[in-house]
Design a protein around this ligand. Structure first.
Ligand code: SAH
Length: 254
């Protein structure tokens, strides 16, 4: 196995199913109420883990990956709700930076600022993010064959996926009403997508100086239709996208 050990995190099982199937010579370690699966993915030394839903679960898991399992870098793959105008279900968003939209310690600190860091936006690692973006372009860019069969594309009304890059916001809330997503758009107009873990991973990685990157497939538009077929979507579409993306990242040119 080659390369520094990479921790690959997802929140829920369907997001990671394909990766787990592709993992070679694996063994599982139970730690802090999570299963960490160690092995090789396309020759790279990796640890796969499901962190569970929400910021605390993500922060605890990230800490374990770095401290207990010696991961030198982290990658998060999962799903998110779309906020940006042109971000549609089935598109892929790569995070340049992440912010906790539900963090508000005013008047002690400005809204969104993580106390005593002077920061509200935590940057993903530039080089790793560039590599992830290139991988996403190779998998989803113009001319790439669709990973999803025609019937499924039709069932979900999927267009050819587009790759976006920018701000992703996280909070301990599933955003599923138009009023809530409108409020987020108003206060954070450059946010492309909303989810429940990424900014927590970013904060812990910042504390440890560990580089990380994050990609999310859009499962919903974070509005009143956000619950519809969510489970079916991550099962059929998001897991295939995560698998293809990680393979392209670890085996460029494959
Ligand atoms: N009912 C779902 C609950 C998933 S919670 C289930 O069957 O398990 C949503 C998960 O997907 C979180 O891990 C979060 O990061 C992401 N997510 C997708 N769409 C979201 C949205 N609109 N708002 C917040 N998180 C979202």
């Amino acid at each position: 196995m080659t390369g520094p050990r990479l921790g690959i995190v997802s929140a829920i099982a369907q997001e990671q199913r394909g990766l787990l199937d592709a993992l070679q010579s694996s063994r599982s370690v139970r730690h802090g109420n999570r299963d960490y699966t160690l092995g090789a993915l396309w020759g790279r030394d990796v640890v796969l883990v499901l962190c569970g839903i929400g910021k605390v679960a993500a922060a605890a898991t990230t800490t374990s990956l770095i401290v207990e399992f010696g991961c030198a870098s982290l990658l998060f793959t999962g799903v998110a709700g779309g906020l940006g105008e042109d971000v549609r279900v089935g598109d892929v968003v790569i995070a340049d930076s992440l912010l906790q939209h539900d963090l508000d310690a005013r008047p002690l600190y400005p809204q969104y600022e993580v106390p005593d860091t002077g920061k509200s936006r935590f940057a993903a690692d530039a080089a790793q993010t560039q590599a992830l973006h290139a991988a996403a372009q190779s998998v989803f860019g113009a001319g790439s064959p669709s990973l999803i069969g025609a019937a499924t594309r039709q069932a979900f009304g999927l267009h050819a996926p587009r790759v976006h890059r920018g701000l992703i916001v996280s909070g301990d809330q599933f955003i599923s009403t138009r009023a809530d997503s409108d409020a987020l758009r108003l206060s954070l107009p450059d946010a492309l997508a909303v989810e429940m873990e990424g900014a927590a991973v970013a904060q812990v990685c910042h504390d440890y100086g560990t580089p990380f990157a994050l990609a999310r497939t859009l499962s919903d538009r974070a509005d009143d239709s956000a619950h519809i077929d969510f489970g079916q979507f991550i099962h059929t579409v998001a897991s295939a996208y995560s698998l293809a993306l990680v393979q392209a990242l670890l085996m460029p040119g494959s």
